[in-house]
Design a protein around this ligand. Structure first.
Ligand code: AMP
Ligand code: MG
Length: 353
């Protein structure tokens, strides 16, 4: 793709202080252009979700595979009815509990949603974000805003405007800088089109919280495991290597002590070894370190920034501590295991206990 757009970077602390900038960004969307904007999860790359040419340009700007559908962002829950049909009662219950917020629902789509937006599927992914800049932009544009993460496809998702600037300068019309994203990982995706609700992608809203509203909720096996060859992905995004820095990432399962011993030993023979841990590892390591934090929430908030920084610091191989796949930690595990191309070493099994 030619880098032909003049990309404008606009800082917006509080949208109420910047009505003119929000109006200009909304006008870009109405005219079929591309605007990167902050949400509470990660930055989104927005276009008018009902305009096939506009959403097609999202795929071109990101280098995103055509069969990976986009999430459509709305301003009020009732907008769901314009996009989806046969909306189950469960969708309204989830909307009441978790919207505005980091939950995406898959519903049967109406014909008004173009095939390019839905990746050729008969369903549509819908979310109502809580970030004030996102909400102001979507409301002002008056259209449903299709927006995947505002990064180049395959690279770590952007959690600051600077990440968007690095990936998308020349590819989008405007980047709204609303500061750092609080959640840090993409929304939880749940499908409501089958017999039972199924989590297709874990996020800040956990399966346990969803069960409080819905009763039994399944978690797609592809959340934690590599898809078997030939098996079709329920969520097309699951089949791609994702979220990966340029460095090789290896996930290590074990105690702090096992982790440090293994990494220090590797560093004696391998060049460019870095470590990504929870925090306490740092004092026993002989290699450069990035800290994720101890809780699932902290780890989610820092993950993508850490992965990008590891590249900037010149890491060749990143040995990462395996997060506990529980609560929000399940989302962190899901992203890291993909960044690692599903390479996980069990340290006790490696004979280093
Ligand atoms: P992103 O927009 O980059 O956060 O990715 C959106 C995620 O939602 C991807 O993993 C998609 O595969 C998934 N998704 C979007 N629409 C659908 C849909 N209709 N059915 C299943 N998964 C979807
Ligand atoms: Mg993405």
């Amino acid at each position: 793709m030619l880098l032909e757009k003049k990309t404008e970077l606009v800082k917006i602390d509080d949208p109420e202080n910047h009505p003119c900038e929000i109006a200009r960004a909304a006008e870009i969307l109405q005219k079929g252009g591309l605007v990167a904007f902050p949400t509470e999860t990660v930055y989104g790359l927005g276009a008018n979700g009902l305009n096939p040419a506009a959403t097609a340009s999202i795929f071109a700007a990101k280098g995103r595979p055509q069969d990976n559908p986009l999430i459509v962002h709305i301003a009020v829950p009732s907008q769901m009815e314009a996009l989806a049909r046969e909306i189950p009662h469960s969708a309204w219950k989830l909307a009441e509990r978790f919207w505005p917020g980091p939950l995406t629902m898959i519903l049967k789509k109406r014909p008004v949603v173009p095939d390019v937006t839905s990746g050729g599927l008969d369903t549509v992914a819908i979310r109502l974000p809580s970030h004030p800049v996102a909400r102001a932009l979507i409301a002002k544009s008056g259209v449903p805003v299709a927006a995947p993460s505002a990064n180049l496809s395959g690279s770590p998702s952007p959690t600051t405007a600077q990440h968007c600037v690095k990936d998308l300068t020349g590819r989008v019309d405007m980047i709204l800088d609303g500061g750092r994203c609080g959640v840090g990982v993409e929304s939880t995706v749940i499908t409501l089109t089958g017999e039972l609700p199924v989590v297709l992608r874990p996020g800040f809203v956990t399966p346990e919280e969803l069960e409080e509203v819905l009763g039994k909720v399944l978690v797609d096996p592809a959340v934690t495991r590599q898809l078997e060859q030939g098996r079709q992905a329920a969520s097309p995004g699951m089949k791609y290597k994702h979220y990966a820095p340029a460095a090789r990432v290896v996930l290590l399962l074990g105690t702090t002590q096992q982790f440090c011993r293994y990494v220090n030993q590797k560093a004696q023979t391998e060049p460019g070894v870095f470590a990504l841990g929870f925090g306490p590892e740092q004092q026993d390591l002989t290699v450069p370190f990035e800290r994720l934090g101890e809780t699932g929430e902290d780890q989610a908030a820092r993950l993508f920034d850490c992965l990008r920084r590891l590249d900037e610091r010149g890491a060749k191989t990143v040995y990462a501590r395996c997060p506990e796949p529980k609560g929000v930690g399940l989302a962190v595990y899901n992203r890291l295991i993909r960044a690692a191309g599903f390479t996980l070493v069990e340290l006790s099994a490696a004979g280093l206990a």
